[in-house]
Design a protein around this ligand. Structure first.
Ligand code: AVI
Length: 336
């Protein structure tokens, strides 16, 4: 029986597990169902959205400050350097919608450059974090109407009443190259729904990570201090904390590699031994070396991304790239 040591010496000793069957609230039940479904696949997998609990979000902020993780500082520099030009293309008095809301550092750069934006709508699924960040921003920009929306931005958005029929041009902002975490089909679907939300005359400013030397890419996802490793391993720690699982986190290691054919970084957790993890009454056996796929991060050539955006009905107005060709910002026009 699971969780009980063998009764006599002839019986193999069974490791005392910590698996607890917990009463789950609705969100935890959705998380549990996704985990059970993902770990039941021949290639075990966990959705990358589950990285971002409190600890995971803190680790991600740390990743963004790493020397090896060039996207954050490069995109920030692009916004600083080209802010005025971007603002000129966007125009005055717009309604700005941010898809996913991090620390809002990049948002401040954009808002500072823009000519009197009329409304700012940050959209994020994580309510506490969104409301806190939006409140802080509203205090710093008393003239800006800030209307946070708690929603899964990958789905069609119901925008605030104020935006409907107020005639302001709608501008979407999606920094951080999060589009890279969607596969190509999902990326087109997401861009299509953004285009519908923005409507005729709308514009979309999006950060996209570029294809480059494999070593630079791999270092960005497998840093020397092991912050990305801790970020990746945290997802099974989260399963233990929130779902009462008994993953032995120390018996897994982080692996990141660049799949050149697919044009993406792939992240995995690799089991260091034969073992079984138990979650809410489900058993998941691992062989030594077996992997859980946890994330893809697609990289693009400029033209590849332009073609992808065109499939979703966007026309590229202008693209900005840093001098080292690491990262790109695209301003897209939603086609009528
Ligand atoms: C959020 N996303 C764009 C990051 C990326 O680069 O794909 C997530 C990340 N994973 C490992 N490091 C950063």
């Amino acid at each position: 029986m699971r969780g009980q040591p063998g009764k006599n010496s002839s019986e193999p000793e069974v490791r005392q597990t910590r698996d607890k069957t917990l009463a789950l609230d609705q969100d935890a039940q959705v998380f549990c169902d996704d985990v059970v479904q993902g770990l039941s696949q021949p290639q075990k997998q966990l959705a990358c959205k589950y990285f971002y609990d409190k600890r995971g979000s803190k680790l991600f902020d740390e990743i963004c400050r790493l020397d090896e993780y060039y996207p954050t500082r490069t995109e920030t520099a692009l916004l600083k350097t080209f802010g005025e030009e971007i603002a000129g293309l966007i125009g005055p008095g717009v309604c700005l919608i941010e898809y996913g809301c991090g620390s809002l550092v990049k948002t401040r750069l954009l808002i500072d450059a823009l000519d009197y934006p009329s409304l700012f709508v940050p959209v994020d699924i994580s309510e506490d974090h969104l409301l806190q960040s939006a409140k802080k921003l509203a205090e710093e920009y008393p003239d800006l109407d800030v209307q946070p929306q708690v929603a899964d931005f990958t789905r069609a958005l119901a925008l605030p009443e104020k935006m409907k029929g107020n005639g302001a041009k709608c501008i979407g902002f999606f920094p951080g190259s999060t589009i890279g975490n969607f596969d190509h089909e999902a990326a087109v679907g997401f861009l299509q729904s953004v285009s519908e939300t923005l409507g005729k005359g709308g514009g979309f400013l999006i950060g996209v990570d570029l294809k480059k030397d494999t070593d630079i890419l791999v270092r960005a996802y497998d840093d020397a201090q092991g912050v990305t490793a801790a970020f990746n391993l945290n997802v099974i720690g989260r399963i233990n904390r929130e779902l009462g699982g008994d993953f032995d986190v120390s018996a897994f290691r982080h692996r990141a590699f660049y799949n050149r054919l697919e044009g993406r970084i792939e992240m995995y957790l690799v089991s260091l031994k034969k073992q079984t993890a138990h979650i809410q009454g489900h058993d998941f056996a691992f062989t030594e070396g077996e992997t859980i796929h946890t994330e893809n991060s697609y990289k693009y050539h400029i033209e590849e991304f332009g073609a992808l955006a065109a499939k979703a009905g966007f026309a590229t107005v202008k693209t900005w790239v840093d001098d080292n060709g690491l990262f790109s910002l695209h301003y897209l026009a939603a086609s009528p």
